[in-house]
Design a protein around this ligand. Structure first.
Ligand code: CU
Length: 432
């Protein structure tokens, strides 16, 4: 109740401040999306027209919120949440205390034009802060510094305002996006998210073109009979896959997050991950949907915030903040593409799948191919990578026995979340 009340009070305070500042009735939420007349970043109102099938619009909100670790500890976060489709006059009230961990996933097709609007709704639990935010497409070829989200060479989005970024989505691969303002703090706090781009070859098939696709190798979602997709425009089908799963590894330092909500100095110099996670969850939350459960909104079950152990009152206005499970289920013989990204700000991670080989076909959103045009994929038993790196890994299950396997970190302390029995960097792959 305390948070609900506070949220409403602050929402009205922010709205009033914006009204006073702008003198307009619609505050300063200002989505730019071609063909969208009512500012909700969609074309679902009569009279609105999407300019082209490759035009994409999305409305992200940056703000604060909570996540709940697998041992019940609430973690104060900053984060991005997708509010596409929300009328502009409701965006601030809905976006406040609505941070997602990780931020809402962006999946694009090569050739898309993306209009990505970012609205900053402020950090309600830290009303003493006035932090701007940005979107930085890590690893993405970006011709315009103005849309690169690096505040030193561009600009950032202040509280109560919106900026629309424009991206010509030219290169396929696995990326991620994050806020680049006070990057160590904002990234540690959770302003990180999954982003990947499907290859043009999904649309054209091998050797075909957009106008004249090769139906036999074109992806089914474009009407073809080929595999689910290709990691890259390989021209030879060697990066074909039948299933894909983004795996974003990260970690929280609970001392940092706890100091933040308590308005204490932040321990930058001793920053150390004690809650390693996959897609913002520790095991067994990583597979909770597969075991018949559902992820719940964050709660204060350990009484950290209010001194009442066992309090299950939902935080984040009752919304689920950790929306990205990582349980994987594939049919035997199928090829699984794992889109790995490491967004930790202090950790290398080594991932392995005992009993399975991993083939690295891409790194840093580039296919592994030599200057002579030959593929230089690597068959490995584990993948070690640092913060800011991505790897595309194909797992061929054709010689693997049916059963449940683990995708896990190799270091034991990374397989737990602080205490031995909870969490850590583990998820499951079921071969049917
Ligand atoms: Cu930020």
């Amino acid at each position: 109740m305390k948070y609900e009340l506070r949220k409403r009070l602050l929402a009205s305070a922010v709205s009033l401040a914006l009204l006073g500042a702008s003198g307009m009735t619609m505050a300063a939420v200002n989505v730019q999306c071609p063909g969208d007349a009512d500012g909700d970043a969609t074309w679902n109102t009569p009279g609105e027209t999407r300019p082209s099938p490759t035009t994409r619009c999305m409305h992200l909100v940056a703000g604060d919120g909570f996540a709940e670790m697998s041992d019940g500890h609430p973690m104060y976060t900053f984060g991005f949440s997708d509010r596409t489709g929300v009328p502009p006059q409701d965006v601030i009230a809905e976006g406040i205390l609505g941070a997602r961990w990780p931020g809402s996933t962006i999946v694009l097709d090569q050739g898309d034009e993306l209009y990505l609007s970012l609205t900053n709704v402020g950090t309600v639990m830290r009303p003493d802060l006035f932090d701007p935010h940005t979107v930085h497409y890590h690893g993405f070829p970006n011709a315009a510094a103005v849309f690169d989200g690096v505040p030193e060479v561009s600009f950032a989005v202040n509280g109560g305002s919106t900026l629309t970024y424009y991206y010509n989505v030219a290169e396929p691969g696995t990326y991620f996006y994050h806020c680049h303002v006070e990057a160590t703090e904002h990234m540690e706090m959770g302003m990180l998210a999954i982003l990947y781009v499907h290859a043009q070859q999904d649309r054209t098939g091998i050797g075909g073109s957009v106008a004249n696709p090769d139906k036999a190798t074109q992806a089914p979602r474009f009407g073809g009979q080929g595999p689910l997709g290709y990691a890259y425009n390989d021209g030879d089908g060697t990066t074909a896959y039948d299933a894909e799963m983004p795996i974003q590894v990260s970690g929280f330092d609970s001392k940092f997050h706890d100091a933040h909500i308590q308005v204490q100095p932040l321990p930058f110099s001793t920053l150390e991950t004690d809650y390693p996670q996959i897609n913002g969850r520790g095991y067994p939350d990583t597979v909770i949907e597969a075991t018949g459960g559902t992820m719940h909104p964050p709660r204060d079950t350990d009484g950290f915030l209010n001194g009442v152990p066992g309090d299950t009152t939902p935080l984040n206005n009752g919304e689920i903040s950790q929306n990205v499970g990582s349980h994987i289920s594939v049919n035997t013989g199928h090829k699984l593409l794992l889109r790995l990204s490491n967004v930790s700000i202090d950790r290398f991670f080594t991932l392995t799948i005992p009993g399975m080989k991993m083939r690295v076909v891409g790194t840093g959103a580039k296919q592994l191919r030599g200057i002579d045009g030959k593929n230089i994929y690597r068959d490995v038993a584990s993948v070690n990578f640092g913060g800011g790196e991505t790897k595309d890994v194909i797992v061929d299950t054709s010689s693997v026995a049916r059963g449940t396997y683990f995708l896990t970190a190799t270091e034991y302390y990374q397989m737990s979340n602080k205490t031995q029995l909870d969490g850590g960097l583990i998820t499951e792959i079921v071969i049917n």
